[in-house]
Design a binder for this molecule. Structure first.
Ligand code: ATP
Ligand code: MG
Length: 260
């Protein structure tokens, strides 16, 4: 398995129902090629996300009869009401690096300061919204895609949101970043060596991965692609939780997130 998220070709749908007798279709590398002589885009050929079957990817746009509805209360209005901006603090790092612990401490500090905040945490989300996803590269990509979308909604609602997911693949994190406006996505790299994390191993997962009981474990037999341009890098090998959380708060204060 490659370390990067699978690169999906750009998919396009016609949004038109074409009687079966007028079209022929076949699937090539997961992409549905539909020859639709009555639909004049792409010289009668439509590259389409399949609507059913094993070739359909969860991230594919399937619904077609949908229209974006502009809301009358916008993000600036909400920021003014709240007295602060929304942001998505995207914590990433190895299992055991300290993402959940630091994210929760930051959340607590934000709350004490009167900032509307919320934590989206990996294991918790996998109990509910993402309980149908595993740890294959594709499922990990879908897991992160959904978190990005949910995170964006939270930011639109004006909430300072922290996410605590390993999110090992750079492309997946960048895709989440791309959903948000400039400055709204703050990548927080919780940096800890594999040795430190294995030493902590609070869930006993590294032990199981070393024993071969868990396959595709990040850092053991699945890669972790460290951020190259994270807004914040936390040294979790040598600093304590409170100090690291303080660094995040200082960043937010200095960058003006605590004012509307
Ligand atoms: N900087 C640190 N100093 C001391 N202990 C830490 C530090 N960071 C994390 N820990 C401890 O390590 C353990 C793992 O931390 P945590 O659960 O936050 O990791 P995580 O990154 O969320 O891991 P996972 O991806 O498995 O959820 C916890 O017991 C936590 O208290
Ligand atoms: Mg965690």
């Amino acid at each position: 398995m490659s370390g990067s998220a699978p690169a999906y070709p750009k998919l396009q749908r016609t949004g038109q129902a074409v009687p079966r007798k007028h079209r022929s279709a076949f699937t090539w590398r997961g992409v549905r090629l539909i020859f639709e002589p009555r639909v004049p885009n792409f010289a009668g050929i439509t590259i389409s996300a399949p609507t059913a079957g094993k070739d359909r990817r969860m991230a594919d746009q399937v619904a077609t009869n949908i229209t974006w509805h502009e809301h009358s209360v916008n993000k600036d209005d909400r920021a003014k009401l709240n007295g602060h901006k929304g942001a998505l603090l995207w914590f990433t790092g190895l299992s055991g690096a300290g993402k959940s612990t630091v994210a929760n401490t930051v959340d607590h500090l934000l709350h004490q300061k009167g900032i509307h905040s919320f934590v989206l945490d990996g294991d918790n989300i996998r109990h509910g919204m993402n309980k149908n996803l595993g740890f294959s590269a594709e499922d990990r990509a879908e897991n992160i895609r959904r978190i990005g979308e949910v995170g964006k909604l939270f930011v639109d609602a004006g909430i300072v949101t922290t996410t605590a997911f390993i999110s090992p693949y750079r492309a997946d994190r960048d895709a989440a970043r791309a959903l948000l406006d400039e400055g709204e996505f703050v990548e927080v790299y919780v940096k800890a060596s594999l040795e430190t994390c294995e030493d902590r191993d609070p869930k006993g997962l590294y032990k199981k991965a070393r024993a071969g009981e868990i396959k595709g474990f990040t850092g053991i037999d699945d890669p972790y692609e460290a951020p190259e341009n994270a807004e914040i890098v936390l040294d979790s090998d040598s600093k304590g939780i409170d100090e690291l959380a303080g660094e995040v708060m200082t960043y937010l204060e200095e960058k003006g997130y605590f004012s509307a």
